[in-house]
Every structure is written in structure tokens, then in C-alpha cells.
Design a binder for this molecule. Structure first.
Ligand SMILES: Nc1ncnc2c1ncn2[C@@H]1O[C@H](COP(=O)(O)OP(=O)(O)OP(=O)(O)O)[C@@H](O)[C@H]1O
Ligand SMILES: [Mg+2]
Length: 423
């Protein structure tokens, strides 16, 4: 065999080098594909975990709502007999009721996360929300810090989600207390919430007539420029080991995204901080007296079907106090039996949706075949739009748990008294 020429050898080497390069590239590509695959696999596993957590959260939310409904119902019974209580005891009851409502709102946020629903905004009196936060502050922080709530009741109404505004005030107040403690508490330190009476159009805050400007101030440590720049960033904190850096990020999100408001902060190190919060004014302010409902009561028979014993028992207790006759069923099957047995006397059915044995929807369907005019009020921990179903849509009313007993009584009376549209 003839010896290869120098050029032939050089050619072969070049080809081999090209192949080696190619193999190297392929190897790199394979590595990157492997990496991408493992990232996607991790994401998928995470996603699956999130999905099952979501399902679990829905279950927990449902059970938790029932627990809150029971507490709410008993609290309502207490507040209906509040002649026996001292003024401070009445305040405690009112505050527990509000805490339960907020617990329910947290559950709702859980549920909203999976359904992407948005909770409704209403006209709220800033003073009432702030009063609760200031009351809590007074009870839990050093008396030396003066808490000044300079907003009169019934004066400043904004269109907002009451629970979210409560969260905003709680976060700002907690930060204010921390800042005062960090500086070193001394006489004259205060936390103050007021409303800016001036319309400063043309100023840097662009205050529009459609907005209220709230001022939340403290005489704490204040913030340096570097801190101020990052204060609203998620996970930014100077409280090593104690803070998560989520408070102000949430405040900003609630004000700017959820309420289309604005937030700005002025701070001087060693002197204190002022948060300027712009929130949309409420347009038609309802007189709180108007919405107050006087209990009428009645003597009709109500079948309550709910798998949660505390919900059943508390409703029975409250509704009987209003004069009604109450029959209780703990699941759909028992509900159906009792409905058949008491067919001639049951005037209205209060029906839970998610129950063991026979779910509320199936019970409702069967009751409709027995009596097409059956009056059903659905009480559920889920929003009405969770159940897109013609059977459920034929309920007379829908109550989202937990509800106040006065609301239940008002709804029952409305349904019982409704005589249909005049021809
Ligand atoms: N009123 C204030 N006075 C001085 N510094 C403040 C004030 N409010 C916030 N800060 C600074 O901004 C940072 C971020 O605040 P943020 O409320 O977001 O988180 P955090 O309070 O550290 O933790 P978390 O609120 O999650 O418990 C704080 O760590 C603090 O340095
Ligand atoms: Mg905070």
C-alpha cells in the first residue's frame, strides 16, 4: 500500500478534527438538553405539587369557612343579646366579629388564587377600619407611643376592599412601631393617620379630586436614601432574621394594582416617615343607619341541611330565637328523608353544597322533583359563580359563608315574603 502523501494526511487530520469538533458540539448540546429536561422536570414536579396543594387548600378553605360560620353564628347570638354586656365587652364582640370576617376574607383570597376571581370593592369608612388597627395597637404596644387617629367617623369614604385596606394599615403600623423601637422609644413619639384636606393639584402627588390622600406617619428611625429606594421591593428587609420584606411590597400591590391608587413616601433618617396614600373616593356613600336591619322573625319551618355540626347547631339556636321552627339534617340523604317526612310543613330549606353521602346539588334536584316550587337558599363557602349549574341557579338566594345571622334572617324573610311579580 502506497504511503499517504503529506496532503492526504493533513486532509484526514482536518476531517478528524471537524468530526471531533462536531462531537464536542453535540456533547455540549446534549448536556444543555439534559439540563433543560431536568429543569422542566423540576418545574413539572413543582407544578404537580402546587396543583395538589391547591386542591388541599380548597378543602382546608371549605372546612375553615364552616368553622368560621359556626363562630360567627354564636357571636351573632351574643351580639343580639348584648344588653347583658358592658360597653368594652360589646367592643370585644364587635372586634371578634370583624376578625372572623377577615379570616373569611383570607380564605376567600385562597379561593380567589385558584379561580382568579376578584373580591368586590365597597364604600368603606376609613375611620372604622383604622379604629380597629389603632385599638389593636393600643392594646399591644408601649403606651408611650401615642396613637393619633385624626380622621372623623363618617367623613372619609373610599371605594375599596375593606380587608385589604386593613392589611395595609396593619403593615404600616407594624413598621412604624418597629421604626420607633429601633430609634429608641422616647416621650412624644407617635403614629398618626390623617387625611390631607388640601387638594394639591399640580404638586408631585398629582392629587386628583377623585382621590383622598391619607397620611400615615411615625416618628421612628426614618430611612436612608438607599433603604428608601428599595423599601417596596419584595424580600427587601433591614430586619435581619425578623422581617421577610413582604409588608411594603404587599401594601404597594394593594394600593396601586388592586385599587388603582398611588403611594409615596417621605422619610428623614432619625426623624420619621410619612406614607402618602391616594385612594379613590367612594361615589355614593350609604348612610350606615340605612343598612341596619331590624329583626322581624317568623314562625315558619326551616329545614337546615349542613354537614358541619357547629353551623347546624348555631343556626338552630339563632333561628329559634327569632321564632322559627328548625329541623336539622347532617347530610344530603338525611335531608331528603326529612324533607319527604315534613313535606307539608317545611316552608324553606337552607342548603349547604359540599356534603358527604349526597351533595347539596343532588338533594336540591330531588327536592325539585317532589316540589318544583321548593324555596331553597344555598349557603356555601364558595362563590355563586363556582357552581355554574341550572339546578343551583334555581335557588331563591345564595349566601356566601360565613354570614351574619341578621343577613340570614333578612334573606329568609325576603324569600318567604316574596309573592312573585304582579301580573
Ligand atoms: N415606617 C418605617 N420607618 C423606617 N423604615 C421603614 C418603615 N417602613 C419600612 N421601613 C424599611 O423598609 C423595609 C421593608 O419593609 P417591609 O414592611 O416591606 O418589610 P419588613 O418590615 O422588613 O418585613 P415584613 O413586613 O415582611 O415582616 C424594612 O425592613 C425597613 O428597613
Ligand atoms: Mg413590615
Amino acid at each position: 500500500m502506497a504511503k499517504p502523501t503529506y496532503e492526504e494526511l493533513e486532509n484526514k487530520i482536518r476531517i478528524l478534527e471537524q468530526k471531533a469538533n462536531h462531537a464536542g458540539l453535540l456533547e455540549k448540546e446534549l448536556k444543555s438538553l439534559e439540563n433543560r429536561f431536568s429543569t422542566v422536570e423540576k418545574q413539572l414536579r413543582q407544578r404537580q405539587r402546587m396543583d395538589s396543594l391547591g386542591t388541599l387548600a380548597q378543602g382546608v378553605a371549605h372546612d375553615f369557612n364552616n368553622t368560621l360560620s359556626g363562630i360567627m353564628a354564636y357571636l351573632n347570638i351574643l351580639s343580639l343579646t348584648d344588653d347583658n354586656f358592658s360597653p368594652s365587652q360589646k367592643t370585644y364582640i364587635r372586634n371578634i366579629v370583624n376578625s372572623v370576617k377577615r379570616g373569611a376574607a383570607t380564605v376567600k383570597q385562597f379561593q380567589n388564587l385558584s379561580s382568579l376571581a376578584v373580591s368586590p370593592k365597597e364604600n368603606i369608612d376609613i375611620c372604622s377600619v383604622a379604629e380597629e388597627v389603632f385599638f389593636l395597637l393600643e392594646k399591644t404596644t408601649d403606651k408611650l407611643i401615642e396613637k393619633k387617629l385624626d380622621i372623623e367617623k363618617g367623613r372619609v369614604f373610599v371605594c375599596a376592599d375593606i380587608n385589604e385596606i386593613h392589611q395595609v394599615f396593619m403593615n404600616l403600623a407594624t413598621n412604624a412601631v418597629h421604626a420607633i423601637e429601633e430609634k429608641g422609644l422616647k416621650k412624644g413619639d407617635y403614629i398618626r393617620l390623617s387625611v390631607n384636606p388640601e387638594t394639591r393639584t399640580g404638586s408631585e402627588y398629582l392629587l386628583e379630586t377623585g382621590y383622598h390622600e391619607l397620611l400615615f406617619e411615625d416618628t421612628g428611625s426614618g430611612m436612608s436614601e438607599e433603604v428608601l429606594e428599595k423599601a417596596f421591593d419584595p424580600l427587601f428587609t433591614t430586619k435581619t432574621g425578623k422581617g421577610q420584606g413582604l409588608g411594603l411590597a404587599m401594601v404597594k400591590d394593594i394600593i396601586t394594582k388592586r385599587h388603582e391608587g398611588r403611594i409615596k413616601v417621605d422619610s428623614t433618617p432619625g426623624r420619621g416617615t410619612v406614607f402618602h396614600i391616594l385612594l379613590p373616593k367612594a361615589n355614593n356613600v350609604r348612610n350606615p343607619e340605612e343598612s341596619r336591619h331590624t329583626i322581624q322573625g317568623g314562625n315558619e319551618t326551616i329545614l337546615v341541611v349542613d354537614d358541619d355540626i357547629s353551623v347546624r347547631e348555631s343556626m338552630k339556636r339563632a333561628l329559634e330565637d327569632f321564632g322559627y321552627r328548625v329541623i336539622l339534617a347532617g347530610d344530603g340523604e338525611e335531608g331528603l328523608d326529612l324533607f319527604k317526612e315534613n313535606f307539608n310543613t317545611v316552608n324553606i330549606v337552607l342548603l349547604d353544597m359540599i356534603m358527604p353521602k349526597m351533595p347539596g346539588k343532588e338533594l336540591f334536584r330531588q327536592m325539585l322533583t317532589i316540589d318544583p316550587d321548593v324555596k331553597v337558599i344555598i349557603s356555601s363557602g364558595h362563590d355563586e359563580n363556582h357552581f355554574e349549574d341550572p339546578v343551583i341557579k334555581s335557588a331563591k338566594k345564595y349566601l356566601k359563608k360565613p354570614f351574619e345571622i341578621t343577613v340570614l334572617e333578612k334573606t329568609i324573610r325576603q324569600v318567604l315574603d316574596y309573592k312573585g311579580c304582579p301580573a
